[in-house]
Design a protein around this ligand. Structure first.
Ligand SMILES: Cc1cc2nc3c(=O)[nH]c(=O)nc-3n(C[C@H](O)[C@H](O)[C@H](O)COP(=O)(O)OP(=O)(O)OC[C@H]3O[C@@H](n4cnc5c(N)ncnc54)[C@H](O)[C@@H]3O)c2cc1C
Length: 360
């Protein structure tokens, strides 16, 4: 079979890139190993409002379950509130992916196995056949086989666990964020009294400890687990592209990847249409590269702070929450942190930050 582009993975990144390529007249073959788009779900489905304004042409509104107006940030029992109406939305990830896949022809239950470059083409071997195309896009998620086969990458994997549970919590349009390294624990109100409660940890035990602490005894409606890839590396090599989680287009501090994967999809399609494939890495660097590099640096610092240093930083942020209310961004964590440095009192925290950096 001959097509212009083979896309591996029918997650948000692969679907958005495929749709844009088809709109530009390309013949695209989308390969997905699962039998249904959007399943199994391994995502909290919290997506910043910028996605919905930037990608208006993708009609995903049917997947929205709730509007989020801010966060309550906890360190132990101490907390502060950050508010902004409509800062993000909670989506049903299966329905979200299904919306993105509308009108696309996807080869389901077909697994990518390997690829080889032959003359001017890429031969992709799947569980069912061999496909010849001009270009191959690896949008095959956090454990990308395409990345493993041919790309230099410096990355770490984190495990995320989440339950959906009906509970009696007075939390309608705010999320709870509980600082707990290496990331945080979260409670996200989905609506109809259902909450998504999760953690990033080596084992699901810490999620069950958190549920116990929150006195949630109800049996989960659903248990989900997935991998978050955090790092950086090559995303283009001789007609083969990596995209989305496969390319670590993920916010290093929160693990969210839907918006960055979507932005990278646009960069990818622009560079293919231009016929200048190396532009892809440049465009991605301009749009999300700085956030990812700085996010990786802040992650190192965060992971190496002592508990007392975390407390001091928490107290500082709590006292400056008006700055975050005004300038904080759901998707641009570096810019958010920089907005805090406008306060001269940040100087008191510098020794902790520098020490932690060198500890790492
Ligand atoms: C617990 C958890 C919570 C999260 N919460 C959020 C959140 O609230 N907000 C947010 O923005 N992000 C969140 N994320 C991250 C988000 O889920 C990912 O960034 C996003 O799904 C990336 O989209 P993608 O299309 O790049 O990859 P994926 O969604 O992983 O899609 C990849 C696709 O490729 C397919 N595939 C893989 N290998 C093969 C193969 N060999 N052959 C054929 N097909 C293959 C997979 O089946 C899958 O459909 C969370 C992640 C986890 C683990």
């Amino acid at each position: 079979m001959n097509v212009d582009v083979t896309v591996i993975g029918a997650g948000p990144s692969g679907l958005i890139a495929s749709r844009c390529l088809i709109d530009n007249g390309y013949r695209v073959n989308i390969i997905e190993e699962h039998k249904t788009v959007g399943k199994p779900v391994a995502c909290s489905g919290l997506i910043g409002s910028d996605f919905f304004s930037h990608f208006r042409k993708f009609d995903v509104k049917d997947s929205i379950k709730n509007r989020i107006d801010g966060a309550i940030v906890y360190l132990g029992n101490d907390s502060f509130e950050l508010g902004r109406k409509g800062v993000s939305f909670v989506v049903d990830r299966e329905a979200f992916d299904q919306c993105l896949s509308r009108g696309l022809d996807i080869s389901l239950s077909e697994k990518f196995l390997s690829f080889e470059r032959k003359e001017d083409s890429i031969i992709t071997k799947t569980s069912k056949r061999k496909i010849t195309s001009d270009i191959l896009i690896g949008a095959d998620g956090p454990l990308s086989k395409i990345r493993a086969q041919d790309f230099d990458f410096n990355l770490r994997y984190f495990k995320g666990y989440q339950v959906r549970v009906k509970a009696d919590l007075s939390l309608e349009n705010f999320v709870e964020v509980h600082i707990q390294r290496p990331f945080f624990n979260w409670i996200i109100p989905e609506g109809d009294g259902i909450f998504r409660i999760g953690t990033v940890s080596d084992s699901s035990e810490s999620l069950y400890r958190f549920l116990k602490k929150k006195k949630i005894k109800e049996k989960p409606i659903e248990v989900q687990a997935g991998i978050i890839p955090v790092g950086k590396g090559e995303i283009y090599k001789d007609k083969v592209f990596l995209l989305g989680d496969a390319a670590c287009h993920v916010k290093p501090l929160s693990g969210g990847g839907v918006y960055y994967g979507a932005l990278a999809s646009e960069c990818l399609v622009e560079s293919i249409v231009l016929g200048n494939y190396t532009e892809y890495q440049k465009k991605c660097n301009e749009l999300i590269g700085k956030e990812i590099s700085r996010g990786l640096l802040f992650r190192k610092i965060y992971e190496n702070l002592s508990d007392d240093e975390i407390r001091a930083i928490f107290d500082f942020i709590k006292s400056k929450k008006h700055i975050l209310d005004k300038s904080g961004s759901f998707d641009e964590h570096y810019k958010t942190i920089i907005s805090l440095t406008k306060d001269p009192k940040i100087i008191r925290l510098l020794p902790f930050i520098i020490k932690s950096f060198f500890r790492s």
